[in-house]
Design a protein around this ligand. Structure first.
Ligand code: UDP
Ligand code: MG
Length: 313
């Protein structure tokens, strides 16, 4: 199938428990839409049976393609690879875990046919996720909106349809740190949300533990904004100002009272506090310098070991 109407990009990392169900549900939905389609599974270095199971689909079904990475490169890289290999006129992106219902595809396709370039899924409700996950996600989106100047729609993940034209533009963006939903939002075009209920994972468990979520948030913020650097400057000014007032007070004490030896505790406190702030600001600088470094290294976002599809045999 050289140029199908629809491509579906599915990043998968250790999803052996769900991948069969995912394939069946996707096939079901795509066939009902009665247009040509391809399913692009990107196996992001899974350590379980995921790749073998998908390879089985490829043997029977010419609509399926499997991109095997050489190791785990991350969710965003997997989606990037899928988008770069998609040949459809409209590209759906969906997680492998069935948290985002493929049954929403026809609604997205309808909007696309009306002329929208990006149709993104907006979560109305999240089922089966812990209170902590929900709260952290909420804070995450709030914080991102505050810290960046790009208008990132809240409660939006990677579940969306993008038009060929948008896909080409996003693929051409050269940056290595790819926060895809940010990039798609940044490029503009006509974008519209479609609301849906986010289900619990069909099986398996989340690959975004707290540590990864924190790194993800850092990536999201530093790739779209310099505001944290401004915050650092602001903190610097504020602390200098407070210190200045304190110095005035110290001078006053020296000249007008006889309590000058006291104040050891407050000196130590002030030193520790300012040192903390300085370290924090240095860390922040380091974050941006690190990003410049990775961009300069200019390594690829992912390495493909092989692409499996029926046509190739
Ligand atoms: N994923 C991936 N590489 C990774 C981590 C996750 O390709 O390193 C895939 C995973 O298989 C799933 C999607 O990205 O299809 C979203 O991951 P997950 O469901 O674990 O995240 P959550 O929904 O909990 O935020
Ligand atoms: Mg999930």
């Amino acid at each position: 199938m050289k140029q199908p109407v629809y491509s579906v990009v599915i990043p998968a990392y250790n999803e052996q428990e769900v991948i069969r169900e995912t394939y069946m549900r996707l096939t079901d939905v795509m066939q009902k839409m009665s247009e040509t389609y391809e399913l692009i599974f990107v196996n992001d270095g899974s350590k379980d049976q995921t790749a073998y199971i998908i390879a089985e689909f490829c043997e029977k079904d010419p609509a399926v393609r499997l991109i095997n990475f050489t190791r785990n490169f991350g969710h965003m890289s997997a989606i990037s690879a899928g988008m770069e290999h998609a040949r459809g006129q409209a590209i759906f992106v969906i997680d492998a875990d069935l948290q985002d219902p493929p049954e929403v595809f026809p609604i997205m396709a309808e909007k696309w046919k009306e002329g929208y370039h990006v149709v993104y899924g907006k979560r109305l409700q999240r089922k089966g996720e812990s209170v902590f996950k929900r709260l952290s996600a909420k804070l995450f989106y709030k914080f991102i909106r505050r810290m960046t100047s790009v208008d990132l729609p809240p409660d939006t993940g990677e579940f969306r349809l993008i038009d060929r034209q948008v896909c080409d533009v996003v693929n051409k963006l050269p940056e290595k740190n790819r926060y895809i939903r940010g990039l798609v939002s940044w490029v503009g075009f006509k974008q519209v949300p479609v609301e849906y209920v986010r289900e619990a994972r069909f099986a398996g468990k989340t690959k975004y533990p707290l540590r990864k979520m924190f790194l993800f948030a850092m990536d999201a913020i530093t790739s779209f904004s310099y505001k944290p650097l401004k915050l650092a400057t602001f903190a610097g000014f504020l602390i200098s100002f407070v210190s200045f007032l304190y110095i005035l007070y110290v001078i006053y004490e020296y000249f007008f009272t006889d309590r000058t030896v006291a104040g050891w505790a407050s000196t130590i406190a002030a030193i520790l506090f300012t040192q903390g702030i300085v370290l924090m600001i240095l860390g922040l600088m380091g974050e941006y310098i690190g990003r410049i470094y990775t961009e300069l290294q200019n390594r690829p976002n992912y390495i493909i070991q092989e692409i499996i599809e029926k046509d190739n045999d």
